[in-house]
Each structure stands twice: as structure tokens, then as C-alpha cells.
Ligand binder design. Sequence first.
Ligand code: CA
Length: 687
Amino acid sequence: MCTAGVGYFTKILYRELSIVAIFAKDNRTQSCDKNIATYRMKKTILSLGILLSASVCSASIPVSSPDGKLKVVTDIVSGKPIYSVIYNGNTMIENSPLGLRTDVGDFSTGMSMVDSKTSTVSKSFDQDKIKKSHIDYNANSLVTTMKNGAGQEISVEWLVSDNDIAFRYNIPRQGDTGAMVVESEATGFRFPAETKVFLTSQSDAMIGWKRTKPSYEEFYITDAPLDSVSKFGHGFTFPGLFRIGDKGWVLLSETGVDGYYCASHLSDNVDGVFSIAYAMPEENNGNGSAAPGISLPKSTPWRTITVADNLSPIVETTIPWNVVEPRYETSRPGRPGKGTWSWIVWQDNSMNMADQKTFIDLAADLGYDNILIDAGWDQNIGYDRMPELLGYAREKGIRPILWYSSSGHWNDIVQSPIDKMDRPIVRKKEMKWLRDNGVECIKVDFFGGDKQETMRLYEDILSDAADYGIDVIFHGCTLPRGWERMYPNHVGSEAVFASENLIFEQIFCDMEAFHATLHPFIRNSVALMEYGGTIFNRRMSRDNNSGNTRRTGDVFQLATSVLFQNPVQNFGLTPNNLTETAPDAISFMKEVPTTWDDTKLIEGYPGRYVVLARRHGDKWYIAGVNALKEPLKLKLDLSALGLKTGSAVFYADEKGKEVKAKTMKIKKDSSVPVEILPDGGVVIVAE
Ligand code: CA
């Protein structure tokens, strides 16, 4: 188990014995020095005894969380760096590999420990756009420095807070060598045999609609065996959730990914290990390297491991933002807000002046902030007539968000505008036109994958947009990895089977509740999620009399406006809802906030049901949905919310009844009995 440690001690022993031998040899006739030699010999043997018995292995170095419950142990065994994760005395990740393989040297094998340093990290910061507005972060830090057989060094930096681990590689300049290609990582995650997985597959490249994948729009497997194989053979995307028998939960993701690296995912389980895998060569139509190229010194992105014996820390984690910093300042903060968009239900045919004005009117009637004008505006309305439409929105106090394709040479998209966001000269010209016409937010769609080259494009669009006072939403895109904090004008990303799928195929309507019970625990836990939800039409069409059939209740739809967190919410409401939908449902949609000061899981289980509480100011919005086949009777414990008053407003789906806001008393013990119908929802608003 500790060959490296023994080797290290053997070296010490050898050195000490050599010195002793020199003493003994040189001073054979001098009794005084003989005593020194004997003393030194005794001390050496004593030290060796202590070292071998007490610490077992010198390279085994632990670091624990401030509360002492979470522990990482790093080690080097047979030259291979490894780590394990223990929570409350239970092993949550077994000995798993670390290391990088690069064109400069191999840092995954033949390694030996050079030194280690510990310290602490404490920071407090305010963060809009995510699940909490203020964050206090306290972690213990360990940096282990190792060298390979060629004497080349690399460090692993660990930050361990009460339920979160973040780790990364710090790579120093290697002598004269300042440029490196990281060919692959040994970094992996080995889970105990009893583990069940909640994962979604990484897609093949250049498949799907106009060859736009991968775009993080695949089905999940839930509570599946540890050796489940991915759908396309490329492993699974971040984040990944793992249930370690009855011992607890682990959520894996990464953060701090920018144009200096590619985005990663998890390989399939090979010999018990999910490894860090890079983008596939076929992504981005083969352009750009799959392996990241870096200058030295450089740090890799942080890989994050959230660990707990219950699901609350999984849902409430802020680790993606704790370990990154804003990359630039903007003239104003990214703007939250609610909006309407015609495309989601009325589709392509609504991309005309009259229908867009109708949805601007709808936004104004609802007291909303935004109108999202989707694909095709440049052709169907035209650049020359856009000032008229944008002026109409401005008069009504509604901010326009304009859609763009990111492409480019990486897909076959014809939805336009195209070729406006891919290169800096055309992009900045477009940004200037947007600014001159009062547009302060864009939605950019259809990206080419996870290569470093595409990470650069995301960063370039954000950076240029910031210079022109423009916020950015990404669609058909990757998981944002810390971007809410890194890029102040990033206000949304899709990277999920979003509401459009309800329109496209009945199966998504059939699975709507199931998906809704996954996102708070997985996708939406590590990043904002631009879903475009809350659709009141019974049928997924403009006439509300054709197309796919919605299975979920109206209160379920209200609940998703709270469950799915994104600072800019473009809801799927349509003009007919103002007269056809229950007035109490419309009133709720007028009032529901899109920014949150706090988030707490009340109870739930991914794939079955979830009840989540989010606070805006003094008001808690408690939203629950049920994906089970049976009605769910719960006694919610709201004591953690510290409710001040005894009364609340309560909404629940009831068979055959329209949405009605009811008042309810909350008992002294803050317990609230609720019944959630299958495909139904409840919402409680309380102070
Ligand atoms: Ca999409």
C-alpha cells in the first residue's frame, strides 16, 4: 500500500546509515566519536521505527474540512499519485488516480513527493444571478508538490470546505519549456461498489439537428448501476450525481473553465474508474485541437466534489462560484428579469412584426421586463425595420433580447442571423449596431462543443458584449462552469432538455415531471439554467388545440418558475393565457421573482419528487412537484426557513379545478401537510 513511502524512508535510512558508517569508519579509534556514531545509529533506528509504525507512509497526506467531517487523503503508490475521499468515516471515493500526461512530461507515473503545504482560505462575497446572494467560504488548503523521474514538478492544490472539495493541478514552467499540450489526464473517480449513478451521456459530435451536438441535451439514467454504459460510448457530461449506498451523495463537476482550457466530461466507467475526458476530436467539425494547449505556469480548471450524507448540501452547494473570481468589470451588473417570447409556442411563423408587437404587449400586460425576439428576425422583419420594432418595445418599457446563431463553420444552421458572432471584426460591428439600437441582451445559439477553441469563443463573445454594455444568454451550448461569477454579463445558459422539447415531441411532455425532479439536484445545482418554461397551454401550439399534450398541472407550471433557477426567465406564456388561464396563476407569474437570496432543499429524491424553498427578500417561495404515479402526501418541515408569521399563500393542483390562491395557517412547529398529485405541483409563499 505504501511502497513510495517505504522507498522514501529507505532513502532516509540509507543516508543516515551512510553517515553513521562514515562516522564509524573515520573514527574507529576515537571513542568519543564512536559514541556519536552509536547515538546517531540508535536515533535513526528509533526514527525509522516511529515513521514506519506511526505514519505508515510519508506520502499519505490528509486534509480535512473545517468541521472535520470531510477528509481527502492523498498518497503516492508505486509512483502513481492517488487520493481518496472520506465523509463521516465512510469512504465515498476510493483510491483514485491523479496526474497529467503532457507533451513535456508524464506526471501520472514514476512520481515521488517533494513537499506539501497547508493553509486556510476564507472569503465572503455577494453574488447575484445564482441560488444565494451572499456566500461565506471557509476551506482548508493542501498543496502537494510531486516530481516525475525526470525531476519535472507539478502540484495538486486541494480546497476542502464542509461539504465541498475543489482540486486542480498547478504546473510550473519546466526549465526552458513554457508551452505545453496536456494530452490526457489520469484524474479519476472510483466509487464504492454499492454506488448508484444519476448521469446524462455525452453526445456524439456533429449529429442531431443541423449537426449541432453535443449540446448537453440528452436523457438521464437514474439510480442506475455503477457499471452503466453511456449511450454514445463517450461517457457522461458534468455534473454527475452518485448515491453511495445509504452513506450519502457525491456530485461531480468542474468550474473555472475559460479560453485557456477545454471543458471536460467523465469517461465511461473503465475498471471501476470514471476519468476526466477531454472534448472529442470530431467536435467543432474537427477544427481545433481536442487536447488543451497552455502556457506555463498555468493551473487547470477546478474539479469539484460535493459530498454529504443527505441531499441538502448537493442542492445548496455554491462551490462552482467559491473558487473563481470575476474576470472583468462591466458598466452595470447583468440584468435579471422576466420576459415573453413568441417562438416557444407560436414557433417560426411568429417571427413577424405583428406577432412580435403582440408579445411585447403581452410582456407589458404582465409587467415583465423583456421580449426575446428569436431566430429569423433579420430575414422576416429585416435590419431596416428593426428600429421600428425595437422602438415599439422601448415605448412599452420592454427590453428586447435578440437571437443569434454562433456559427460559424461548426454546423449546418440556417436559422439567422448567422456569421455575426464567430469572429471579432463582424462581432464588434454587430455589437455596435445592437448598442446603437438600444439592445442590451442577446441570446447566442448552436455552439460547436467543448474544445478549448469553443471555450475561447464563449469568452470572446462575453468579453466583446461587455464592452458594448450587452448581456449574454447561451443556448445549444455547454454547461457554464463558474461563468455566473467569472463573467458579470453572463445571464443564462441552456445545456438541458429545455421547454422547446415539449413542443417537439410528446415524450418530453410525458417526462416533464421526471425531468423537473432531477434538475434541482443535478444540472441546476452547479449552474444557472435557462429553461424557458411555464407553459399554460394544454396543447403545445398556437391554437391550443393541436400538437403535443401537456400532462402536468398548472400549479406544476408555477412551481417550475421557482424550481428552475436563472436570473433571466423567458416564460412560455401566450396571449390567450390572459383570458383562458386562472387569474390567480397569472397573478403569481406577474409576481414571482427571478433572483434569490437563499435556497434550501425541504425534501425530495431525484427522479421522484422535490420540494425546494427559495427566498427573495423576506419572502420564501416553496415549490414542490411530483413525478411519481401516486399522489404524494408529505408533512413538510419548514422550520429551517425561520418563518416570521403564521400565515401563507398556498397553491396546489387539484383534479379538475383551476388554480386558486388559498391562505393557510402555518403551525408553531412549522410543519405543513401537503398532497401533491402525480404530474402536479404545490407552491407556498410565506414570510
Ligand atoms: Ca436547445
